[in-house]
Design a protein around this ligand. Structure first.
Ligand code: RUQ
Ligand code: CUA
Length: 670
């Protein structure tokens, strides 16, 4: 296909403006007013008001900050290995990162959705997406650990994800890249996109009690890019709204070829109807291969199960299931206000913000106010769905959050500002600069039915001069604003881990009293648990040596181990015997090719080690746990392959023959 070169150049220039030249506001100096410091000051020993869960972008992690202080409380490995915690390195956590492609120890985590009950954040779980190798994770907010990772078949990039319904029935995930479905031959020419590529949306069910996820069904639709989404709420509960781009179905140079149409679409999905169709057996079983990985808290061990089938509904076969709403121009964010009536589409390249009305959409469907079809899907007339437009909001609108007073806040990437506007009359009320090039915004509860109205955080794409230089890469950046008054007020900059995209926040009280303090040792069902030092042991099975070891302040049992040979596979199954809050022990062995273990009280965790040379190998606790932490150590003797040194192990009894009396005085009493 030939493209009009002048047009193409113009669009490329605009795209360049958006991507490179996101401008720096002129008053980039200090705009912080006098009382800002007092508003973010959380005195030593005091707690923050909110937990803020922030996506880590290409770090694959989720980080947790306190607001308003901006203090970093925790980094949770999700789609990543973490040597600090042994996550992805211990035998128990390795299955969490399994996929149909094998172990994938990294991903690109963009969005966080917290579980909701009646449209309010309930503090049970946080869900996050893997953008690259499509997966959705569930983090348990009792332990602040990743409890489950589910792979998504028929997807090629999982950006429009995860978005939750108001009673956490489903978390949905729309594919960014359309691809040939997994049961079709994907080995086709790329320029057969229009014939062979499909866009898939996964509806993942969430078990009310356990939180366990399963793919309930998938919708197979046109080959477009799904960008973002939100569930309806209140009156629009039962519907989902997805922003789409590349409705041109281009397969190359998207910055030009996917920016041609004046409008793309917001796709409205009647998910209650989809649920009925599935119940009525209308889903087509389709072969697929995907991993379902769950961490079991009683065995402290993850298992990975490969599944082989999904139920698919072809959108075109079910009239009434899906409608398209024209939305100017390459929409990114797709946000629903707290009442569920207003749906805001933010066109990256649009000079206005369209606000759609749920009531008008329903009326347009009833009246068949359509403007033809797109790939067999009725297109609702723009004016028939439109509530109104926010005029001249700024340049490059991306995402919108809401407060408790009927206001909306939209991030403007290109003009680097947050714009506050009223949802009813669509008038711009205030604007403040961000430093620089803001992406997502977050108001605690801002995408739920009960937003708060005190703080807003901007998550920026470019940091430039906000922090001390740290070489070519600068810390990523978030900014906290006070939104309680008519005018927004900048309070604080704070650095983030990785590139922040979406975030969620909830009042500390919703989470803090449910936090697990330790695991009960009597409930530990790990097959290699040692519930006391008397149960500690070492034994050989062929070339495998198992060591059931205990950790307690301030010794390892056993701490003298002999009889290991070069070529053995050694498994240190370490149980932390402590039954108290905040007393992890660590474990490390010289020369191990993975990482340390960090073992929580009452937990059992395993390090695999294959010694390559004969010699003496110190082992020790890595977490400074007591005044005698440095004494919490031991030795493993490794003999050459074929040696006949017998297995032996002990703590406190392997005494030098000439010094028995002195040594016994220091031996550990059991
Ligand atoms: S995105 S900066 Cu990956 Cu949520 Cu909009
Ligand atoms: Cu246990 Cu240091």
């Amino acid at each position: 296909m030939r493209i009009n070169t002048k047009y193409a150049q113009g669009m490329a220039a605009l795209a360049l403006l958006v991507s490179v030249n996101a401008c720096k506001p002129k008053d980039a100096g200090s705009v912080v007013s006098g009382d800002a410091a007092a508003k973010v000051y959380v005195a030593p020993g005091k707690y923050d008001e909110y937990y803020n869960f922030v996506s880590g972008g290409f770090s694959g992690q989720l980080s947790v900050y306190g607001l308003p202080s901006g203090r970093l409380l925790r980094v949770i490995p999700v789609f990543s290995v973490d040597p600090e915690k042994g996550w992805g390195y211990s035998e128990e956590t390795k299955p969490m990162l399994n996929t149909s492609h094998g172990s994938v120890p990294w991903d690109d985590l963009h969005h966080v959705s917290m579980s909701q009950t009646n449209g309010e954040i309930d503090g049970r779980w946080a869900f996050a997406n893997a953008n690259n190798t499509p997966r959705v994770a569930r983090v348990d907010l009792k332990t602040f650990r990743t409890a489950e990772i589910l792979e998504l078949p028929n997807s090629g990039g999982n950006h429009s994800s995860p978005f939750i319904t108001e009673n956490s029935e489903y978390i949905v995930a729309g594919t960014r890249f359309s691809v040939p479905p997994d049961d079709k031959n994907g080995d086709v020419p790329i320029n057969t996109y229009k014939q062979n590529f499909k866009g898939t949306i996964s509806f993942i069910s969430i078990d009310k009690n356990s939180g366990n996820m399963d793919i309930a069904f998938q919708l197979q639709g046109p080959g477009v890019n799904f960008d973002l989404s939100h569930a309806g709420k209140g009156k629009s509960n039962g519907w989902f709204f997805f922003s789409t781009y590349n409705t041109e179905q281009a397969n190359t140079l998207l910055e030009v070829n996917a920016s041609k149409r004046d409008k793309d679409f917001i796709m409205a999905v009647n998910w209650k109807m989809a649920e009925q169709l599935i119940k009525a057996g209308k889903g087509r079983k389709q072969a697929a291969k995907y991993a379902s990985n769950r961490f079991d808290e009683s065995t402290h061990t993850a298992t990975s199960t490969i599944k082989n089938e999904v139920s698919v509904l072809d959108i075109r076969e079910h009239p009434g299931l899906v409608y398209m709403i024209p939305c100017p121009k390459s929409p990114h964010g797709c946000d629903v206000d707290p009442t569920g009536e207003y749906i805001v589409g933010s066109g990256k390249l649009a000079a206005l913000i369209p606000v759609f009305s749920f009531d008008k959409i329903q009326k347009a469907i009833a009246d068949k106010a359509f403007d033809g079809e797109y790939d067999g899907i009725p297109v609702i007339k723009y004016e028939a769905a439109l509530y109104g437009e926010v005029k001249k909001p700024g340049l490059g609108p991306l995402h919108t959050e809401f407060d408790d007073k009927g206001n909306a806040y939209t991030s403007m990437f290109v003009s680097s500002e947050v714009v506050k506007w009223n949802v009813k009359d669509l008038k711009v009320l205030d604007r403040v600069p961000t430093y620089y090039s803001v992406g997502h915004l977050m108001v605690p509860g801002g995408d739920s039915k009960k937003p708060t109205g005190k703080y807003l955080v901007a998550y920026n794409k470019i940091t430039k001069d906000r922090y001390l230089p740290t070489g070519p890469e600068l810390s990523q950046s978030a900014q906290l604003y006070d939104i309680s008054g008519d005018k927004m007020q900048l309070l604080l900059d704070f650095p983030t881990i990785g590139e922040p995209h979406y975030a969620q926040a909830v009042a500390a009280d919703v989470i803090k009293n449910n936090s697990t303090k330790f695991f009960k040792i009597e409930e530990n069902k790990h097959p290699h648990v040692a519930k006391g030092e008397k149960e500690a042991k070492v034994w050989r099975e062929g070339n495998k040596v198992h060591i059931n070891m205990t950790l307690v302040r301030s010794h390892l049992t056993p701490d003298n181990i002999e009889g290991i040979r070069v070529g053995d596979e050694v498994y240190f199954h370490t149980t932390n015997l402590e039954q108290d809050w905040d007393v992890p022990h660590g474990f490390a062995v010289k020369g191990a090719l993975n990482a340390e273990l960090l073992v929580m009280p009452g937990e059992t965790t395993t390090l695999k080690w294959v010694p390559l040379k004969a010699g003496m190998y110190p082992i020790y606790c890595t977490d400074f746990c007591s005044a005698l932490h440095q004494e919490m150590s031991g030795y493993v003797r490794v003999s050459p392959a074929g040696s006949n040194v017998p297995i032996s192990f002990s703590t406190g009894t392997n005494l030098p023959k000439d010094d028995t009396a002195t040594a016994q005085a220091g031996a550990v009493k059991k």
